[in-house]
Design a protein around this ligand. Sequence first.
Ligand code: GLU
Length: 297
Amino acid sequence: MNDYRGRFAPTPSGPLHFGSLVAALGSYLDARKAGGRWEVRIEDIDPPRCPKGASDTILRQLEAFGLHWDGPIRYQRTRNRAYAAALQQLADAGLAYPCSCSRKQWRDYPTYPGWCRDGPCDPKAPLAWRLRSDLGLRPVVWHDRLYGRQCLDPADLGDVVLKRKDALWAYQLAVVVDDADQAISDVVRGVDLLDNTPWQRQLQAALGLPEPRYLHLPLVIGDDGQKLSKQNLARPLPEDERVRPLLHQAVSALDQTPAPALATAPVEDQLAAAIAAWDPTRLTAGSTSVAPNWPAA
Ligand code: GLU
């Protein structure tokens, strides 16, 4: 093993669908080709959105596809203290502030206008915490291994929420704290998260955390042309012998060209061939693939 560390970081708001398989597989292949570690982190910071048993289903699905991870699983619900320390560090540096505004109040603006930056408008109301996107690293310039040089001003995106009014931690803060704590060297995930990266880079800079390499993978859409998501009830992946052709299709969705005969081969054989042949330069920026269908059980 070297210092490559990759991760798959699903939110357990439902079982994995074909789009999440492609993201998991891309990060797995990239890590294994590099001879690195591949970890799984369950991003269960929003319990009301995470049905009971969804994490276990996700782990079973990964196993069914032969995607075995290294080391213990990290559960974000156990990481309260680390997120609180990071928020305190940002607040001490004047980079985070409590905010009482509700979405309704600023609905006529494209992003939150920062009304509470100098103190909460209504200190007695429940308070969220927001990042001062106008301070700190600006513009944010980073390199994506597929999309190339990226340059964005986080202030154009607005002051993102770090902690919600209901005291739940927000994704942007948790992901940055854990990627650094787990020494993740390579973030490989779906392109739908590309535009979250400026906030994450700004947070890394503010917290003095290292910058991982980024590779954002092509999107998978449904028959209706919409991005597959748990919210639009994309079909859960099977866990039986139907995984074989699906794994083959997931390798193809990553613009690799697996031998047709592998479509019926055991997942271990398919993965061994896919690792050996993994070439991320074959990926096409902006490409999409349509999720395949599979027979009912
Ligand atoms: N938890 C996020 C999701 O399921 C992914 C986080 C990441 O890969 O940075 O969409």
